[in-house]
Ligand binder design. Sequence first.
Ligand code: ADP
Ligand code: TRP
Length: 321
Amino acid sequence: MRILSGIQPSGILHIGNYFGAMKQHLELQKNNECFYFIADFHALTSNPSPEQIAQHTLDVAIDYLALGLDTDKIIFWKQSDVPQVTQLTWLLSCVTPMGLLARCVSYKEKVAQGLSPNHGLFAYPVLQAADILIYKSDLVPVGADQKQHIEVTRDIALRFNNSYGEVFNIPQEKIVETSAVVPGIDGRKMSKSYNNTIQIFESEKSLKKKVMSIVTDSTPVDEPKDPDKCNVFALLKLFAQKDEIKQWEDKYRKGPLGYGEVKKRLLELIIDYFKPYREKRKQLEGNIDFVKQTLEKGAKRAEKVAVETLKQVRKAVGLDR
Ligand code: ADP
Ligand code: TRP
């Protein structure tokens, strides 16, 4: 089974990204042929500074490698290093109705938020379709917010195949099953845009400050509490073993329980969980050349597949006859 997913380099990765996307990417690499890339072309739609896009691309690469992405086995690269994907984007654009893109919720949401859209943002799903189709992917693991983009990809692939013959296989999405949206320290969805994140590789000092400042209610220590309404518990559930979760749940319901003690335990759990990867991250930070070379090697492998598909597409369309 060929699996493909793209990760936007839009900021430092946080534990919402980890439990919502990265953990599944890392698990899938064990038994599948995986293609993972850093979607820097896509990130340009929000006009980051040159320094930002360069730094964030490296940050994502280092985080993924530190967490155990096995680049001997899977293919990991930077999207823009395989520019054939932009040529396919054009060819797909020519079979993509405007209405299909105008219906895309993520586009409409950004416009509703008052963002003045550029053409790249409107065409974003066509580039995403090209990513998926150029590598002949079967399955695309994504968060629920991306489901519509995979539907658009299928629609575009079918239109192309109907017009020019069976060039593309039709991919399916695999929606990441997180038990819930990971809350940030203010209780809203953890997100870079809300400034409420706990980064995966946060320094211990800053991690402590953030965990201790997670918003809780003001129920007194001796009174029973509902664990399902507590942000600290929601985070603890992601890191603790089943037995321990059960013990805390009982303690919440029976009392006495002070939020301080749960926060202290959460802090230990987060530190322990990512400890094995911290050392690796440090090494990688000190060896940026290795990180860049790893991405370049990945791009060479990805390019072979992309070139082959593009040949078929150009021929089908009539450009190379
Ligand atoms: P952000 O909201 O910080 O900008 P992105 O939109 O770049 O994060 O998300 C990248 C991936 O991480 C997506 O697959 C998304 O579903 C997942 N993700 C982001 N935030 C969370 C969260 N709080 N809970 C679960 N998954 C999340
Ligand atoms: N749009 C995706 C996101 O924001 C990133 C992405 C780009 C992607 N190309 C892709 C995901 C291809 C899956 C397949 O999360």
